[in-house]
Design a protein around this ligand. Structure first.
Ligand code: UGA
Length: 451
């Protein structure tokens, strides 16, 4: 099939390369010419494991354009909208890019049937809104009815950054939301190799053992939109729940990592997303929980559980700084080394990264901050040049004469540091990731989360 993908962020580009890998012809459209030039030169505009290799492998089955004219909508079967929907200050999603995408489709549409898929995380009800935008723009331009020429389908994305290709090749499920049979059948056909798992896995991305087929859930459009938010909010509240239990554990002298194991072994609960730590960051959980609360408000509905998960999460960042203050007594004039700056390992993304708030709080309380990260410092220098943090390309520079250390992001390299030769100081292990016994034996005062 011929697919057009609008937006070359994590979702758009990963979706595109995976469709090309399983045999479809893919065009990626992004109005950011710089990004497109980079992609045409074979380089992904962000760090994501295996992406550059897979882009090289799919070669000519993928092309990159920066305008709808070049995209050739007349020969396209399915359009995926994968543009950004960032948060507005009131928590609602900013739909500017979604509107632009919808209107550009309407302008270029001819009379052949088009399946238009919302892949961006869009506020509940946006599928219908996109449909209306396209209908109005098309009818205004062509002076005739658009009936029967397109269908809008919701196909929410569940990939994690850092594991984007793995999650797209081997998803836990695929959700298709539409009342239009032709739209649903087209997507079923498009996803067939993924659903049936009958493609040869790419190098470095083996198929999980035992995976024979991927479940498909077909539902109405609005339910698909809610599934996306409800899934992210549930994962977010799992994390906040274990962090809340962690505070109690610390008071009573228990260990939240053991509690997580003990409850996670109950298959109704499950072990994943129960790691106590400094909480979630990234472009999704914060944005989507805020949007869910904002949407509910439009209907005069409170969402106290989701709101509490947010409150607990953002409190974790202050907790780190309070814990350091307890250990050092005075932060003013102290030098603190942050290990890890990205919101999670295997990405250079800094959106809603806990490191940023922790650094700001430490600076406010008079400490000086040095930070290391294996891939995110280029973004940090570009996006936060005036934060007041010294970005250190070498980890030794960040650790030099440090009065305290905070492990913010669990990059494997930090476990392998030459800890014997690092001055033992108070160390907040924000992810319960380091070898606590070894470090304690070396004289570090290790402050874990929830233990
Ligand atoms: C999340 C979801 O996991 C994806 O399913 C979804 O598609 C994506 O959002 C999205 O909506 O686009 P992502 O934000 O990339 O994916 O990364 P996660 O692996 O979910 O981690 C999110 C944050 O939670 C990270 O800061 C991580 O450190 C934190 N986390 C995760 C914890 O603090 N504890 C845990 O036990 C697990």
């Amino acid at each position: 099939m011929h697919i057009l993908i609008i937006g070359t962020g994590y979702v758009g580009l990963t979706t595109g390369v995976v469709f090309a890998y399983i045999g479809h012809e893919v065009t990626c459209l992004d109005t950011n010419r710089e990004k497109i030039a980079q992609l045409q030169a074979g380089k992904a505009p962000f760090y994501e494991p295996h992406l550059d290799e897979l882009l090289a492998q799919v070669g000519g089955r993928m092309r990159f354009v920066s305008s709808m004219e070049e995209a050739d909508l007349a020969h396209t079967d399915v359009v995926f909208i994968a543009v950004g929907t960032p948060s507005l200050p009131d928590g609602n999603a900013d739909l500017t890019y979604l509107r632009q995408a919808a209107e550009s489709i309407a302008e270029a549409m001819d009379d052949h049937f088009l399946v238009i898929v919302n892949k961006s995380t869009v506020p509940i009800g946006s599928g219908n809104w996109v449909g209306t935008l396209i209908k109005d723009a098309y009818e205004k331009r062509n002076g005739k009815k658009v009936e029967g020429k397109f269908a809008v389908v919701s196909n929410p994305e569940f990939l994690r950054q850092g594991a984007a290709l793995h999650d797209s090749l081997y998803p836990d499920r695929i959700v298709i939301g539409s009342e239009n049979t032709h739209g649903v059948e087209t997507l079923r056909e498009l996803f067939k190799p993924i659903l049936q798992q009958n493609f040869t896995p790419p190098a470095g991305l083996p198929r999980p053992e035992g995976l024979q087929e991927v479940p498909l859930l077909v539902c109405d459009l609005t339910s698909a939109e809610v599934i996306k938010y409800a899934a992210n909010a549930f994962l977010a509240l799992k994390i906040s729940y274990i962090n809340e239990i962690g505070h109690l554990a610390q008071k009573v002298g228990a260990d939240a990592t053991l509690i997580a194991k003990g409850i996670g072994l109950d298959s109704r609960i499950g072990e994943r997303f129960l790691n106590p730590g400094i909480g979630w960051g990234g472009s999704c959980f914060g944005k989507d929980t805020a949007a869910l609360v904002a949407t509910a408000k439009d209907y005069n509905l409170a969402m106290p559980i989701v709101q509490a998960a947010r409150d607990v999460n953002y409190h974790q960042r202050t907790w780190v700084v309070d814990a350091l203050q307890d250990a050092l007594k005075i932060l003013k004039g102290k030098r603190v080394a942050l290990l890890g700056f990205s919101f999670k390992p295997d990405t250079d993304d800094l959106r809603d990264a806990p490191s940023l708030d922790i650094a700001r709080l430490l600076l406010q309380r008079g400490a000086s901050v040095r930070a290391h990260d294996p891939v995110a410092l280029e973004n940090a220098r570009r996006l936060y040049p005036d934060l007041g943090v010294r970005y250190c390309a070498q980890v030794d520079e960040a650790l030099e004469d440090a009065d305290a250390i905070v492990l913010v992001t669990e990059w494997p390299m930090y476990r392998e540091l030459d800890w014997e030769h690092i001055k033992p100081v108070p160390l907040v292990d924000g992810r319960n990731f380091l070898d606590r016994e070894r470090l304690s034996a070396l004289g570090f005062r290790v402050i874990g989360v929830g233990r």
